[in-house]
Design a protein around this ligand. Structure first.
Ligand code: ADP
Ligand code: MG
Length: 576
C-alpha cells in the first residue's frame, strides 16, 4: 500500500537509478490502485509504464453512457482528455506533465484507444512516467510525492464523475453516437460522404489540425445536393450529400478544392465538438490515393492501368523497389480496392498526370498500343460499375473527367455550386476525337471489348511467411516517429498514408504487423489476414495487439485500410 511505496522510494533516494526496479508491483492509494508494470532502467530509456485504476462504482459514471461500445469509446476519450488537461494544469513545476507523467493526448479525432479502458468492474488509466533523476541517481523522495500525491490528485480530477462536467460528458457521448449513426445511414442514402451546412473545413496551417477560426467561410450545400438526416438523439442535420459514383470537384486555384477533399478524407474519423468537421462524415473505408514514387510493391495486379511495359515487366504481378509516379499511384489504388475501400479520394495536386489523363493530341501522336498506361479517366467508371467503388476527384486543370462524372461541383471563393449540367453540355459540344466514350454508361468499357472486366477478381496475394520473419528481425516492430515503423532492418515509410492521423495509430500498426506475421500461413491472403486481425480487435479489444500483459502502451485503433497500407509498404514483403 501507500506506506510501503513511500518507504521503498525513500530508501532508494540518492541511490543508482536502477534501484527504481524495486517498484514493480501493485499499491493501494486510497480508492485507487497503482500498478507499476515496467520500470525504466536508466533516465534516458523509455519511461516507466504504470496504470492507475478505480472501481467503476466509485467513479459513479452514469451507466447509460457505458452500455454500448460507442458510449465506452466516447467516455474513454473524454476521460483521457480530462486526464491530459489535469496533467498540464497548475504552475509549471507542480503540473503532472512537467513531472513526467503522460497519457498520450488525443488530437481532433475520437479514436478507440488504450489510454483509458473501461470494463465491467474497473476504470483504468494507462500512463507513462519518467521517474525523477539527478544525473544517474534516483530522486526517491520526489518520486514518492509524484506517485502518492500528484498522481492520485490528478486521477481524482479526471476519473471521478463528481469532478467532471456532466453535461459535457453526456454531449460527448451523444455526439459520437449521432456521428456513427449518420455514418451507417450513408449507405442506404447512396452517399459516400456528408458535409453539414455550417461546417468549417479549413485548418489553421498545413501542419495544424486545428480550425482556421474567424476567417473561415462556413460550408453551405448547393441545393441540388442538399440532404437531411434525423439522428439517434433526434438531432437533425442538413448539408451536402456526395452521391456514390463519380464526383468531380472543379474551380480555380486557391478556391478551396483541396481543403474540401481533405475534409472528406478526414471524415472517416469522428471529430470532437468545435473542430468544424464534426458533421463531415465519410463512409469508413474511403481511401485517399496519391502518387508515391519510390515506394515498393509486391506482386500487385496493376494491369488495368499499366500493361505492355517496354521492359517486359509483368504488371499482373507488379513488384518494384522503386515505383514511378504512375505505377505507384496504380499500386496505391489497387491495394486500396483490395483493402475493401468503396470510395477513392484523389487530388490533382498529388497525382501523376500521366496516370490520370491523356489528351487528344497525345492520343493522336502516340498510338494506344505504344502507350502502356490506360489513364484513370478511362477506368473510373468501370471501378464503379464492376466493383461499386466510387471516386471523388479534384480536377481544376482538366475537363477530361466531365463526361465520366455523375456530378461536377464548382468552388468559387470557397462556395459550392452544382455545375453538372454545364459540364456535361461542354463535354457533348467538344466530343473527344478518339474512341473515348461520351456518356457515363458507355464509359465502363472504354477501349476494351464489351464484357472485359478488370476489377471484379483481383488475384489474391498471400505473403510469404519467411518474408514476414526475416532472420535479422530479432526485436518487435516499433514506431519511430509519427510516420515511420521499424520492422527488423527495414524502415516502413508511412509519409504518404494521408489518413493516418495519430502517432498512437502508428504504434498500433507496428504491433499489428507483428501479430500479422505470427498469424500468417501459406493459405491466407492479405485481406483475410487483416480481416482476422480486425475481428480479434473487435472481440478482444485493442489491448490484444500488445504481446505483454498489463500496460499495452499508448495505442489508437487504425482502420483496416492503414493496416494494409503499412504491410504493403514493407520493403521485405514478398508474396506467393
Ligand atoms: P485549391 O486546392 O483550390 O487550390 P486550397 O484548398 O488549397 O485551394 O485552399 C487555398 C487556401 O484557401 C488555403 O490556405 C486554405 O486554408 C484556404 N481556404 C480553403 N477553404 C477555405 C474556407 N472555406 N474559408 C477560408 N479559407 C479557406
Ligand atoms: Mg489544391
Amino acid at each position: 500500500d501507500q506506506q510501503t511505496l513511500v518507504r521503498t522510494l525513500t530508501s532508494i533516494d540518492g541511490r543508482g537509478y536502477a534501484s527504481y526496479k524495486q517498484l514493480g508491483g501493485r499499491y493501494t492509494l486510497g480508492r485507487f490502485t497503482l500498478s507499476v508494470d515496467k520500470v525504466q532502467v536508466d533516465p534516458y530509456a523509455p519511461p516507466s509504464l504504470m496504470q492507475i485504476s478505480l472501481r467503476r462504482e466509485d467513479a459513479e459514471l452514469p451507466a447509460d453512457l457505458l452500455d454500448d461500445r460507442l458510449g465506452r469509446i466516447a467516455v474513454s476519450d473524454f476521460l483521457t482528455r480530462a486526464f491530459a488537461d489535469a496533467l498540464s494544469e497548475g504552475s509549471s513545476e507542480r503540473s503532472g506533465a512537467a513531472a513526467g507523467i503522460s497519457i498520450g493526448r488525443p488530437g481532433q479525432q475520437v479514436l478507440e484507444r488504450t489510454s483509458v479502458v473501461i470494463t465491467e468492474e474497473l476504470i483504468t488509466a494507462r500512463l507513462s512516467v519518467a521517474l525523477p533523476a539527478a544525473g544517474r541517481r534516483a530522486l526517491g523522495r520526489k518520486a514518492a510525492r509524484l506517485l502518492t500525491e500528484t498522481l492520485p490528485r490528478i486521477a481524482q480530477a479526471a476519473l471521478l464523475h463528481s469532478s467532471l462536467d456532466p453535461e459535457a460528458l453526456r454531449s460527448h457521448v451523444s455526439l459520437l453516437r449521432d456521428q456513427e449513426d449518420l455514418r451507417t445511414q450513408l449507405e442506404a442514402a447512396k452517399l459516400v460522404s456528408f458535409l453539414a451546412d455550417g461546417s468549417m473545413l479549413p485548418r489553421r496551417a498545413g501542419d495544424s489540425d486545428l480550425p482556421l477560426g474567424a476567417d473561415a467561410v462556413v460550408f453551405r450545400s448547393p441545393e441540388a445536393l442538399r440532404r437531411s438526416f434525423t439522428l439517434a438523439s433526434g438531432r437533425r442535420v442538413t448539408g451536402m450529400g456526395v452521391p456514390e459514383g463519380v464526383t468531380v470537384i472543379v474551380g480555380g486555384g486557391y478556391h478551396g478544392k483541396s481543403t474540401l477533399l481533405r475534409a472528406i478524407e478526414r471524415g472517416v474519423y469522428p471529430h470532437i465538438a468545435g473542430d468544424g468537421r464534426e458533421w463531415v462524415i465519410t463512409t469508413s473505408s474511403a481511401a485517399s490515393i496519391r502518387a508515391e514514387d519510390g515506394r515498393s510493391a509486391a506482386g500487385v495486379d496493376i494491369s488495368a492501368f499499366i500493361s505492355g511495359l517496354p521492359s517486359g515487366v509483368n504488371t499482373r504481378s507488379f513488384s518494384s523497389s522503386n515505383a514511378s509516379g504512375s505505377t505507384s499511384q496504380a499500386t496505391n489504388l489497387i491495394e486500396a480496392v483490395e483493402s475493401g475501400a468503396t470510395a477513392l479520394l484523389i487530388d490533382e495536386d498529388t497525382s501523376a498526370t500521366n496516370f490520370m489523363i491523356r489528351d487528344d493530341r497525345m492520343r493522336q501522336l502516340i498510338p494506344a498500343d505504344r502507350e502502356p498506361i490506360t489513364p484513370f479517366v478511362d477506368r473510373v467508371r468501370a471501378l464503379f460499375t464492376e466493383r461499386g467503388v466510387s471516386t471523388v476527384l479534384v480536377a481544376g486543370g482538366s475537363g477530361a473527367f466531365f463526361e465520366v462524372a455523375d456530378q461536377v461541383i464548382a468552388l468559387e471563393d470557397y462556395t459550392l455550386r452544382d455545375v453538372t449540367a454545364q459540364a456535361h453540355q461542354i463535354a457533348a459540344d467538344h466530343k473527344r476525337t478518339t474512341s473515348q466514350p461520351v456518356t457515363p454508361d458507355a464509359a465502363g468499357s472504354a477501349s476494351d471489348g464489351p464484357g472485359q472486366r478488370r476489377f471484379t477478381s483481383l488475384p489474391a496475394r498471400v505473403p510469404r511467411r519467411d518474408s514476414l520473419h526475416p532472420a535479422k528481425k530479432t526485436k518487435p516492430a516499433r514506431s519511430r516517429g509519427p510516420r515511420m515503423i521499424q520492422y527488423g532492418r527495414e524502415d516502413i515509410d508511412l509519409t504518404a498514408v494521408a489518413q493516418l492521423v495519430d502517432p498512437a495509430q502508428t504504434e498500433a500498426l507496428a504491433k499489428a504487423l507483428d501479430r500479422l506475421a505470427e498469424q500468417s500461413d501459406a493459405e491466407h491472403d492479405i485481406t483475410a489476414l487483416v480481416g482476422r486481425l480486425v475481428h480479434r480487435l473487435d472481440t478482444e479489444g485493442l489491448d490484444w495487439l500488445s504481446p505483454h500483459r498489463g500496460h499495452p502502451g499508448h495505442l489508437a485503433r487504425p482502420r483496416p485500410q492503414e493496416i494494409h497500407a503499412a504491410l504493403n509498404r514493407y520493403r521485405g514483403l514478398t508474396v506467393h
